[in-house]
Write a protein that binds this ligand. Structure first.
Ligand SMILES: Cc1ncc(COP(=O)(O)O)c(C=O)c1O
Length: 437
């Protein structure tokens, strides 16, 4: 029995059935360097998903490893009962970068916890549990985070402490407004928000929560300005605007540091997690001080913002700044998009290639329409894996490949990935249109 087959049998015996594994023959990753990883049987891959956008700058970087080693040798944990200088420094830095006036930061350990906290702050400060969320969204796995998740396949339970109304968002390919141009599309989505506020809420809504680019939903990129139009409706009503930046933060979408900045929006709160500490668990909220301080009883996250993760997070942000990675993200993202759009021209099975920065998706459909084709996405994914490229899958129908390499990816690595994807699509789907050999 191969090492991977043996691990799979043991995994199936003791881990939950619902923990999805990638690939028909799942693999274990045991080592990494830069944008490359090695599996437990010695095969090397280019990693264009970075552990779900979490290895944000690459594996085994000396600058990061050294900081982690040094801190491990001193102290991993003290709890928030004590002052933690790295935590204070990180909060200062995030507050300043947020653009939110008079901001404060609360640290937890995951995106789910970050969203829980942001929703809590809004509900307490507005004395309301009414929330506006977007269809096709994903915000996490707790009852409230699931409660604002607009995707059935990620909603394990309907129990929800929040009273949530779902509005149309930016998934234009599958929107009733898909035929409209940008300005008309934005107006139609804004009209829907007005209508939902008037018909399904009592008016005193606590918050609207959005992902600037829906991640799990298939890297759905709305037209720039959509969220500004929404904020113009919600702000006069006192509704807090929460941007879930768990996937889109720290330059992942290009030079605007936050995904929401593309829309000209400064939100009341942003939530973050995933890539901040390049793989160590961290999450949190940056928000207006009065929102954060609306909690008047005791509250604590035992691990949140501990000395190890905050030291590594600071080193990660230093690395992003020192290497000007948001500019690299923009340039490599353009190369990736144009390479994939060229492939799409030959394949009617590719319904759409979309993206911003280094969040790029290929959506597979049945030729001649937009019927989702998850079986094609799976076949292409298996073919990329066997050719030495790791990518992610997603979308409401599981028919999208999600491509999001570490932000330090090079032009050569992007070119290799595009070539592998071209070969994989051909192997999975057949000859491109117009090619006969
Ligand atoms: C946009 C968004 N918000 C929240 C979460 C939940 O984060 P976590 O899995 O760290 O709880 C995710 C996870 O994929 C996410 O993509």
């Amino acid at each position: 029995m191969s090492k991977h087959a043996e691990l799979l049998a043991r995994h199936r015996a003791v881990l939950p059935n619902w923990l999805a594994l990638n690939y028909d023959e799942p693999i274990a990753l045991v080592d990494g360097e830069g944008r490359h990883v090695i599996d437990a049987e010695g095969k090397r891959y280019l990693d264009f998903f970075g552990g779900i956008l979490t290895t944000s700058i690459g594996y085994n970087l000396p600058e990061i490893v050294e900081v982690a080693r040094d801190q491990m040798g001193k102290m991993v944990h003290t709890s928030t009962l004590y002052l933690i200088e790295a935590q204070i420094q990180l909060a200062e830095r995030i507050a300043q970068r947020s653009g939110i006036e008079d901001a404060k930061v609360f640290f937890a350990n995951s995106g789910t916890e970050a969203n829980e906290a942001a929703l809590l702050f809004s509900c307490i400060s507005r004395q309301s549990n009414q929330i506006i969320a977007l269809r096709n969204s994903y915000h996490g796995r707790s009852f409230t985070a699931m409660g604002v998740t607009g995707t059935r396949s990620w909603s394990a339970s309907g129990l929800n402490p929040l009273d949530v109304s779902y509005v149309q968002g930016g998934y234009r390919l599958r929107s009733p407004f898909r035929a409209l141009g940008d300005a008309e599309f934005i107006e139609a989505v804004a009209d829907d928000l007005r209508d939902v506020l008037e018909t399904t809420t009592t008016g005193d809504v606590a918050a609207i929560m959005v992902e600037p680019i829906q991640g799990v939903g298939g890297f759905v990129v709305p037209p720039d300005g959509l969220f500004k139009a929404m904020q113009e409706i919600t702000e006069p009503l006192g509704i807090n605007f929460i941007s879930d930046e768990v996937q889109t933060g720290w330059g992942r979408t290009g030079t605007p540091y936050w995904g929401i900045s593309h829309h000209g929006v400064v939100p009341d709160a942003m939530t973050f997690a995933k890539g901040l500490a390049n793989g160590l668990p961290i999450g949190g909220v940056v928000a207006r001080a009065d929102l954060v301080d609306s909690v008047t009883v005791n509250s604590i996250s035992t691990f949140g913002g501990n000395p190890l993760v905050t030291a590594v997070a600071l080193a990660t942000l230093d690395y992003i700044d020192a290497h000007n990675l948001p500019v690299n993200v923009e340039q490599r993202g353009e190369e990736l998009l144009s390479g994939l759009r060229e492939i799409a021209r030959d394949y009617p099975e590719i319904g759409e290639v979309r993206g911003k920065g280094l969040m790029v998706a290929i959506e597979f459909v049945e030729p001649g329409g937009i019927t989702p084709a998850p079986q094609i996405a799976s076949r292409v994914m298996n073919e990329t894996g066997s050719r030495g490229l790791l990518v992610g899958k997603g979308g409401r129908h599981g028919n999208c490949l999600r491509i999001a390499p570490p932000m330090s990816v090079t032009a050569e690595e992007v070119a290799s990935a595009v070539q592998i994807l071209r070969d994989a699509v051909r192997a999975a789907v057949g000859k491109p249109v117009g090619v006969h050999s």
